[in-house]
Design a protein around this ligand. Structure first.
Ligand SMILES: [Zn+2]
Length: 110
């Protein structure tokens, strides 16, 4: 592994890692704020930058079985949420490839 290049986002309402302030996404990337994470409210993003993905795992949620991966901050390795790899229910297919981040672990950067 060489240097890890971090992407810096521009725009209003940038969401960053609360631990190390690495940029992760902007308000424009949010698909929904109606998600439930481990720590309360969570946001569904169609795109997130500066993350590492963990191993695939199956997780049963209120909406059924999903295959997901943990999503970690590329700089401080905090687990920030998860990414949907596969949804087994047609109603949830739209989530595949999308990323959920815990609102409690985000800060707004400017
Ligand atoms: Zn971080």
């Amino acid at each position: 592994m060489g240097l890890i290049y971090r992407t810096f986002l521009e725009g209003n309402n940038i969401y960053a890692c609360s631990q190390c302030k690495t940029h992760l996404a902007t308000e424009d990337f949010i698909l929904s704020k109606q998600f439930q994470g481990k720590y309360g409210q969570a946001y569904l993003f169609h795109q997130v930058v500066n993350i590492i993905q963990g191993d695939e795992q199956d997780r049963t949620m209120t909406t059924g079985l999903h295959t997901i991966k943990d999503v970690l901050c590329t700089k401080c390795n905090t687990i920030l949420g998860w990414i949907y790899i596969k949804a087994y229910n047609d109603d949830n297919k739209y989530k595949e490839g999308k990323c959920v981040l815990e609102s409690k672990l985000l800060i707004e950067a400017h």
